[in-house]
Design a protein around this ligand. Structure first.
Ligand code: ADP
Ligand code: ASP
Ligand code: MG
Length: 439
C-alpha cells in the first residue's frame, strides 16, 4: 500500500479537488492524506486570535468569509442535491461550532480544536465527492490513530497499532482518505503536528503501515528561487538520498517538510515528490541510496546574518567556543554555519530577533563584527572527503564572487558558501554552470 499526501494548494478549490479525485481513481486503494484547503488554516489561526481577544465582530466576519468560500466550493464541487445539502449542513455545523467558542473560556486547547477543522472539512468534502462519483471511499479518522506521546512527539507504536484497526474497519474500500496535521495528545485532547505538518503525518503513517512508498503531491505553480529543480535550469533532480534531502530541506527548498525525512529514512520507505499539475512526470525519488560522486543540487537561503568574534584571548585557550555558543543558546538562537581560526570565530544565524543582546554579550569575549543581508549558497550531493575535485570545482566557480565564509566537511553531503544576498543569483548560476555543465 502507498501513502499519497496532497497539500492545501492541491485541494484548494472545487476544480482542484476534482482533479485530485481523478488521481485517487487512478491510484486505487491507497491511503490519501489531505491538508486543509489552502488559506483555511491561516483563517482559523486568525479566528482563534479573535477568540482569545473576545473580538466577537472579528470572529463573525472571518467565519462568514470562510463559510462563504466553502459554500461556493460545495456548490461547484457536487452535481447532485443530495451531496450538496449533506456537505452544506456539515460545514454549517462546523462553523456554528467554531463560533460557539466565543461564549466560553478560550485557551490553547480550544485553539487546537479550531485549527483541526480545516483538515476535517477537506477530507469530508473529498470522501463525499468520490462517493458521488461512485468510488467506495472510506474516511479514516486521524484522531483515532495519530497520537503524541508525553514528549509531544508522535507515538509510533500507538499509531501503528491503531491505524491497522481503523483500516480493518474499512476493509475492501476503493480509497482511504485521512487528515494530515491533526492528532490527539497524550491527554487525549485534539492537537496538531505544527504548521505544514501534513507531510509529517504522511511520513508517520507510511512508516506505521510499512508502506511501499510515500508520495508527497504538491502544486508546483511557478518558479521558486530555492527550488532545486529550477536552480539547475532545465534538469529536474530525479533522485536524492534522505541525507541530501535533509540538507536541502533547511534551505526551504520546498522539497518536503524537514520533519518527515527521518521516519521514512529509518523505516526505509522511499519518498516520491510529485507535481499535481503534471501527474505523469516522474518527480523526485528520495531514498537511502547515495549516488556515488554525484552533485545533486544547488540551493540558497536568504536573510542570513554573519557574526565574527575576534579575540587574542582565544589563542591557545580552551573553552572559548563553549562560552560563545552558550550566548546563542541562552537566546534560543541556532547557529547554521561556523568557521573558526586560532584567533576568531565566525557564525551565521537566520533568526535575528535577539541580535542586539547577542552582540552585546559577545563583546565580553572579543571584538564583534556583524554582516547583514547575507545568504548561504549550498551545493548538495555526494561530497565524501575522499572524492577528489569537487571542492576545487566549487571554489573555482566562485572566483568572481566575494565569499565571507566556507563550510565543508561538516557532513558528507554539502559545501556551503556565505555570500552577499546581492550576489546570490550570480553564485547560483556560477555553481550550476560549473558543476552541471558536463552532465
Ligand atoms: P500547502 O502548504 O498549501 O498545504 P503544499 O504543501 O502542497 O500546499 O505547497 C505549498 C506551496 O509550496 C505551494 O504554493 C507550492 O506551489 C509550493 N511548492 C511545494 N513544493 C514545491 C516544490 N518542490 N517546488 C516549488 N514549489 C513548491
Ligand atoms: N493545514 C496545515 C497548515 O496549513 C497543515 C499542512 O498544510 O500541512 O499548516
Ligand atoms: Mg503544506
Amino acid at each position: 500500500m502507498k501513502v499519497l499526501k496532497f497539500g492545501g494548494t492541491s485541494v484548494g478549490s472545487a476544480a482542484r479537488i476534482q482533479h485530485v479525485a481523478g488521481l485517487v481513481k487512478e491510484n486505487g486503494a491507497q491511503i490519501y492524506v489531505l491538508s486543509a484547503m489552502s488559506g483555511t488554516t491561516n483563517s482559523l489561526v486568525e479566528i482563534a486570535g479573535y477568540l482569545y481577544n473576545k473580538n466577537i465582530d472579528g470572529v463573525r466576519d472571518t467565519v462568514s468569509t470562510l463559510a462563504g468560500k466553502y459554500k461556493r466550493t460545495i456548490d461547484e464541487l457536487y452535481s447532485t442535491e443530495e451531496y450538496k445539502s449533506k456537505a452544506f449542513t456539515y460545514v454549517n455545523e462546523i462553523f456554528e461550532y467554531i463560533s460557539s467558542f466565543s461564549k466560553q473560556l478560550f485557551t490553547q486547547a480550544e485553539e487546537k480544536v479550531i485549527l483541526a477543522q480545516g483538515e476535517i472539512i477537506s477530507t469530508h468534502l473529498m470522501t463525499w465527492y468520490l462517493q458521488e462519483c461512485g468510488v467506495n471511499a472510506c474516511l479514516l479518522d486521524a484522531l483515532e490513530f495519530m497520537r503524541l506521546d508525553l514528549q509531544g512527539e508522535p507515538d509510533q507504536d500507538y499509531i501503528a497499532a491503531h491505524i491497522k484497526k481503523t483500516l480493518a474497519a474499512c476493509k475492501g474500500a476503493d480509497a482511504y482518505i485521512t487528515q494530515g496535521f491533526i492528532c490527539r495528545n497524550s491527554q487525549d485532547g485534539i492537537d496538531n503536528l505544527q504548521r505544514g505538518g501534513s507531510d509529517y503525518s504522511a511520513s508517520r503513517i507510511g512508516a506505521a503501515i510499512g508502506a511501499e512508498e510515500i508520495q508527497i503531491w504538491t502544486d508546483i505553480d511557478g518558479m521558486h528561487d530555492n527550488d532545486p529543480r529550477i536552480v539547475k535550469d532545465t534538469r529536474p533532480v530525479r533522485h536524492l538520498s534522505f541525507d541530501e534531502a535533509a540538507e536541502l530541506a533547511y534551505f526551504g527548498a520546498k522539497i518536503l517538510h524537514p520533519t518527515c525525512i527521518l521516519p521514512a529514512k529509518y523505516a526505509n520507505i522511499p519518498v516520491r515528490l510529485l507535481n499535481t499539475m503534471e501527474p505523469k512526470a516522474p518527480g523526485t525519488l528520495i531514498d537511502n541510496k547515495t549516488e556515488r560522486g554525484a552533485i545533486k543540487a544547488v540551493a540558497a537561503k536568504d536573510n542570513i546574518t554573519a557574526i565574527k568574534i575576534k579575540s587574542s584571548r582565544m589563542l591557545l585557550a580552551h573553552g572559548f567556543l563553549r562560552k560563545v555558543f552558550e550566548i546563542f543558546e541562552s537566546y534560543k538562537t541556532s547557529i547554521d554555519m561556523i568557521c573558526t581560526s586560532e584567533v576568531g570565530v565566525s557564525v551565521s544565524i537566520d533568526d535575528t530577533r535577539h541580535l542586539g543582546e547577542i552582540v552585546h554579550d559577545l563583546k565580553r569575549y572579543g571584538t564583534v563584527t556583524v554582516d547583514l543581508d547575507m545568504c548561504i549558497v549550498c551545493v548538495v550531493g555526494d561530497m565524501d572527503w575522499e572524492n577528489l575535485g569537487f571542492e576545487t570545482k566549487a571554489m573555482s566557480a566562485m572566483k568572481d564572487i566575494p565569499v565571507r565564509m566556507v563550510s565543508y566537511g561538516g557532513s558528507n553531503y554539502n559545501i556551503s558558501f556565505l555570500v552577499k544576498e546581492e550576489d546570490k543569483g550570480a553564485a547560483l548560476k556560477a555553481l550550476s554552470d560549473c558543476l552541471f555543465s558536463e552532465r
